[in-house]
Ligand binder design. Structure first.
Ligand SMILES: NC(=O)c1ccc[n+]([C@@H]2O[C@H](COP(=O)([O-])OP(=O)(O)OC[C@H]3O[C@@H](n4cnc5c(N)ncnc54)[C@H](O)[C@@H]3O)[C@@H](O)[C@H]2O)c1
Ligand SMILES: [Zn+2]
Ligand SMILES: [Zn+2]
Length: 394
């Protein structure tokens, strides 16, 4: 089959690889019909190289049609339409029972001290072949795949794999009080969707921040107040306080993560890891503070005293400097983590109707054949061609 594979920093290719096969009796094989490229894939494309292997199959936002089922699969049959969550969770362990599917005790990558395995996402997360491919082996066929109805286009359901539950959890964790205010840093797919969900939940004031004109425009079109990061030279927080009774917003969502614009020192560290042998670079990434923390530090600065910072953006360093004095003194609540995808599906599914309150049907800016993946990665990273969300169609 054809699959999108990692070969090095900014080097992804479409290779021919062996078809996946059923290994465990509860596995299913899914023929992929749509597969998103995520901001998280950009971390693999750029800074997480030390944790990747040559030829690793990327992708964790797939959906498709069940092609084959293992002997013990009772809940799905060939021909069923399914979305595959990005975390690989068993659905039956203690953590899954708590709604903490990203911490699944059956798939935790203990060798690296990490939570649940993820599709297509580095050795730290189990090095499991991903879903930007023609076929995908999916374990836990009775509990993991999300069965969706035939009829509407893939666009209606594909974001259940990641974007929707991630943005949903970010808004939930932000815990905006009734009548309160929310700032969303980053208006990529996750931040954009978080603003839509917040407005759907009737959050009174939603302010979005980014630096890409068409991303700002997209949010404005949905009634979100926006601020262009590039217009404020270090005084963005002051501007936001001016819009929020002088105190700052009740809650801030960081939907940026470690690729943040505006952290030059960390940028050098990233370049250094790019020059080191993988084993050394991996240690360096884990032990040294190399993340670009610009967005997180901004969130801590902006949020009002006693407010909540909800971190959806991915960070990957082990010793990143944090302004503990400010966090403690401002009494900030911070919540974060990989989305617990299965936890939120039942809440979100009723919104995926013809009325389309979250605008999923028109959310993707690009639908491209799998063969165009190398170009799509580059365009998405450079934020060119109006690209906000790409769906690859194998
Ligand atoms: N927690 C989870 O489970 C989960 C799931 C999916 C994605 N993510 C993470 O969420 C983040 C966003 O993902 P995405 O798909 O929307 O990616 P993206 O890269 O398209 O979006 C990031 C946006 O932030 C903007 N930005 C950069 N620096 C900024 C700054 N200093 N202030 C404000 N905005 C800034 C960029 O212009 C971009 O539009 C990534 O870090 C991704 O890894 C987390
Ligand atoms: Zn993702
Ligand atoms: Zn589990």
């Amino acid at each position: 089959m054809k699959a999108v594979t990692w070969h090095g920093r900014r080097d992804v290719r479409v290779d021919t690889v062996p078809d996946p096969v059923i290994k465990d009796p509860t596995d299913v094989i899914v023929r992929i019909t749509s597969s998103g490229i995520c901001g998280s894939d950009l971390h693999l494309y750029e800074v997480m190289g030390p944790f990747m292997g040559e030829g690793d199959i990327l992708g964790h936002e797939p959906m498709g049609i069940v092609e084959d089922v293992g002997a013990d699969v009772t809940k799905l049959k060939t021909g069923d339409r399914v979305v595959v969550p990005f975390n690989i969770s068993c659905g039956t362990c203690y953590m899954c029972g708590q709604g903490l599917h990203s911490q699944c005790e059956t798939t935790q990558v203990r060798e690296h001290g990490m939570g649940a395995a993820l599709f297509g996402y580095t050795k730290l997360y189990g090095q499991v072949p991903g879903g930007q491919a023609e076929y995908l082996r999916v374990p836990f066929g009775n509990t993991l795949p999300i069965k969706v109805p035939d009829g509407p286009s893939d666009d209606r359901f594909v974001y259940l794999s990641d974007v929707l539950p991630t943005a949903w959890q970010a808004v939930h964790y932000a815990d905006v009080p009734k009548g309160g205010s929310l700032v969303v840093l980053g208006l990529g797919p996750i931040g954009d969707m978080a603003t839509r969900i917040a407005r759907h939940h009737s959050v009174s004031q939603v302010i979005g921040v980014d630096l890409v004109p068409e991303r700002l425009q997209r949010a404005q079109n949905n009634g979100v107040e926006t601020l262009d990061l590039l217009h404020y030279h270090g005084d963005l927080a002051e501007a936001i306080r001016g819009m929020t009774n002088g105190r700052g917003p009740d809650s801030v969502i960081d939907a940026v993560g470690m690729e943040a614009h505006g952290s030059p020192v960390a940028k050098i560290a990233h370049q250094v890891t790019g020059l080191l042998p993988d084993a050394v670079a991996a240690k360096f990434m884990q032990k040294a503070g190399v993340d670009r923390l610009n967005a997180l530090h901004l969130a801590i600065d902006i949020v009002r005293r006693g407010g909540t910072v909800s971190v959806a953006g991915v960070y990957g360093g082990m010793a990143d400097p944090m302004p503990m004095l400010t966090i403690f003194d401002k009494q900030i609540q911070i919540r974060m983590g990989q989305a617990n995808v299965k936890r939120w599906v039942d809440d979100i599914l009723p919104l995926l109707t013809d009325d389309d309150p979250l605008g999923v049907d028109s959310f993707a800016t690009h639908h491209l054949p799998l063969n165009d993946a190398p170009h799509a990665y580059e365009t998405f990273q450079k934020k060119q061609d109006g690209m906000v969300k790409v769906l690859l169609q194998p």
